[in-house]
Design a protein around this ligand. Structure first.
Ligand SMILES: Nc1ncnc2c1ncn2[C@@H]1O[C@H](COP(=O)(O)OP(=O)(O)O)[C@@H](O)[C@H]1O
Ligand SMILES: [Mg+2]
Length: 267
């Protein structure tokens, strides 16, 4: 049975028959990989990808961002091949902000690319900065230690959502944060992304984080990589601290842990 049943709904992201080799086909890092995200009308969705280090998670995000082409297969976004000019998606990682620009300039940047007037983009940037809890920091440079690691990640979140992209790519965005900041950022992200009805594709190694944030979790096997498990997260749509007290949350964390163990033993 396919992990990705094909329904009547629009395909937001479609990876078909993907293969990745860096040595002319002698070794395949990724082989026969399929991945499909279909639109949920009037609603965003949060997809989490899990897999061992080196299995190709960042590579998949680069394909979707149009930064890399697979050796084999096709990458289709909303019916069109992915390319670099596709401004509907943005990757962010730690320190992805531009340190020589202020918080305000960083957050407004994606709107500048879209040709929106300065006053309009600054107004929108002020709103987003407030939304992510950085009001009062607009004129600081987006650099460490002027801003803390957690504050820089807030800038990154605001930057990635300001242009209302249909797809937001996040590659282990909270990996370097201390645990308290990380939990705060998870809460912030789960609060804000709903407002934008975007499709978020989020890579993490943290299973508790995955269950807290995701609507759907997909697990990759390695060597060669492809998706082998889908775990729908059947928790209520809106997540908060109560979510982690829900017995279903703990049950899902265990289910994902077991699946990760099984997958790590696959050939
Ligand atoms: N330019 C390259 N040449 C050879 N191997 C590469 C190159 N880029 C990435 N790889 C390999 O591709 C694999 C997948 O990398 P990556 O997508 O970063 O994995 P992940 O994000 O899951 O940790 C890794 O084994 C990495 O060594
Ligand atoms: Mg990676």
């Amino acid at each position: 049975m396919s992990l990705f049943p094909d329904t009547e709904l629009n395909n937001v992201v479609e990876l078909k028959g993907i293969g990745q080799s860096y040595d002319g086909g002698a070794n395949w890092i990724i082989k026969d990989l399929d991945f499909l995200i279909q639109d949920k009308p009037d609603q965003g969705q949060f997809i989490v990808i899990l897999g061992m280090s080196g299995c190709g998670k960042s590579t998949l995000l680069r394909y979707i961002a149009g930064l890399q082409q697979p050796t084999e297969g096709s990458v289709i976004l909303d019916g069109k091949p992915a390319d670099r000019n596709n401004r509907s998606s943005m990757v962010f990682q730690q320190y992805s902000s531009l340190p020589w620009m202020t918080v305000l300039e960083n957050v407004a940047l994606a709107l500048k690319y879209k040709g929106i007037s300065k006053s309009e983009r600054e107004q929108k940037a002020y709103e987003l900065i407030e939304l992510v809890g950085l009001k009062g920091h607009e004129w600081k440079y987006a650099q460490y230690p002027t801003l803390s690691g957690g504050q820089l990640q807030r800038v990154a979140i605001a930057r990635s959502i300001i242009a209302n992209p249909s797809i937001i790519l996040m590659d282990e965005p909270f990996g370097a944060l201390d645990i308290k900041t990380r939990l705060k950022m998870q809460e912030l992200l789960s609060d804000v992304w709903h407002k934008f009805q975007s499709t978020v594709i989020f890579v993490t190694h943290d299973i508790a984080e995955a269950v807290y944030l995701a609507d759907d979790i997909y697990i990759m096997k390695s060597a060669p990589s492809r998706f082998v498990r889908h775990i729908p997260v059947t928790l209520p749509l809106i997540r908060n601290l109560e979510t982690k007290r829900d017995p279903l949350y703990t049950q899902l964390v265990h289910q994902v842990e077991d699946a990760m163990m099984e997958v790590s033993e696959m050939g």
